[in-house]
Design a protein around this ligand. Structure first.
Ligand code: ZN
Length: 385
């Protein structure tokens, strides 16, 4: 007997599974994986917990129903991530780790992004038994989507799961998403030498070096926008945001160190590696001859852009069932990795991205029943005989 939807979500939200590249904020996701594995075993799924290499506190889960849990052609993957972004509890009206049922919404950290997808997927799966299935139904839960994407990178490395189709249950308010931009967060650091401001020859000003770097980056952005457009996106060009500048300490000291962080969002079809190399070269060219040292690095490993056919079989099916036309988004997901594993991949799930990564995050309860029913139809279409 499967637990009630709200009991499941309550238990998942109660487990702090924050992922962050800042080690003292980062938490294990093993307890979330454990809950899911137990529930899925009760439903007859064969479960495999994949602990990440060199990270005994992080794991993915692959749970399969049908085909005796063995690799089998065809079938459907329902995938989600188990981690959440960090939280500032002081901005919340209630405890972010305690599910609150109010105003026809479930409030809690990860309620919409995206712990809520798992009880939806499990309640959909509960309508099917092993014997019903001609092709396997696989439920995948990953780690570290919000930081390094280490979980889905490890799936790709391991060459599993395999299926014909995959749905990633990120909160799209049940609109099928067939493409998204890539996301790179890049840090440009300039090391100069500090000294008394009264005599510029006593140091090398890192902030002054950053000035032409910023100019070069804005110039590069304009060139990229002229060369690349994609009509399916609301913002139809690649974007480059100068997001954060930290430099120096005092007006009367030569600025010894500066760091600029930028967010680069590339369109599908653009080669992230090549663009990163060009960007780095532009920065170096801009400061040639200065006596400062410039380094360019990524803050997180980049999320590659994703695109599948707008009229693909799964996209079209989800559009018809949800009554929502396929679209694109500007946020990153694990779609590239599942697609590269060979699955026709669509991002589709309950809840809205507007509430993701926000204080008082919630899942709209009116989405739950339609999401379960839609998934049951999709499972019926791709997994039944
Ligand atoms: Zn998410």
């Amino acid at each position: 007997m499967l637990a009630k939807f709200d009991d499941m979500l309550k238990q998942l939200v109660a487990e702090p599974s924050i992922s962050s590249t800042t080690a003292d904020i980062d938490r294990s996701n093993l307890r979330v994986i454990e809950h899911l594995a137990n529930w899925l075993q009760d439903l007859g799924f064969a479960t495999e917990v994949m602990v990440l290499p060199n990270r005994p506190d992080k794991a993915n889960l692959i749970a399969t129903l049908g085909a005796n849990g063995k690799p089998h052609p065809g079938g459907l993957v329902l995938a989600g991530h188990t981690d959440t972004v960090p939280v500032d509890s002081s901005l919340w009206q209630s405890d972010p780790f305690q599910l609150r049922d109010s105003d026809q919404r479930f409030y809690g950290l990860g309620s919409c992004d995206m712990k809520g997808f798992f009880p939806v997927a499990l309640h959909a799966a509960a309508a099917f038994g092993e014997r019903d299935l001609a092709a396997p139904l696989t439920i995948v839960a990953t780690s570290d989507e919000e930081s390094s994407m280490a979980g889905s990178r490890y799936l790709l490395e391991s060459g599993k799961p395999k299926a014909d189709y995959a749905i990633i249950g990120e909160p799209t308010a049940m609109q099928p998403i067939y493409a998204h931009k890539g996301v790179s967060m890049i840090s440009v650091q300039v090391q100069g030498a500090a000294g008394h401001s009264s005599d510029p020859s006593l140091g090398h000003n890192a902030l002054e070096t950053m000035h032409p770097v910023m100019g070069a980056l804005m110039q590069f952005r304009d060139e990229l926008a002229q060369q690349h457009q994609h009509p399916s996106f609301a913002v139809n060009v690649p974007t480059l945001n100068l997001g954060c500048l930290r430099a120096g300490d005092n007006p009367n000291r030569i600025c010894g160190h500066a760091e600029l962080q930028i967010d680069l969002r590339l369109l599908p079809g653009m080669d992230s590696d090549a663009i990163h190399k060009q960007l780095e070269q532009r920065c170096h060219d801009a400061v040639a001859g200065s006596h400062t040292q410039l380094t360019v690095s990524t803050v997180y490993p980049p999320i590659p852009p994703f695109e599948s056919a707008a009229d693909g079989e799964l996209t079209t099916t989800l559009a018809a069932l949800s009554g929502k036309a396929p679209g694109t988004v500007a946020f990153g997901t694990e779609a590239h990795f599942l697609q590269t594993l060979g699955m026709q991949t669509v991002v589709w799930g309950p809840g809205s991205i507007d509430q993701a990564h926000q204080p008082n995050e919630y899942l709209e309860q009116s989405h739950i029943r339609p999401a379960i029913e839609t998934l049951q139809q999709v499972i019926g279409r791709y997994c039944l005989a």
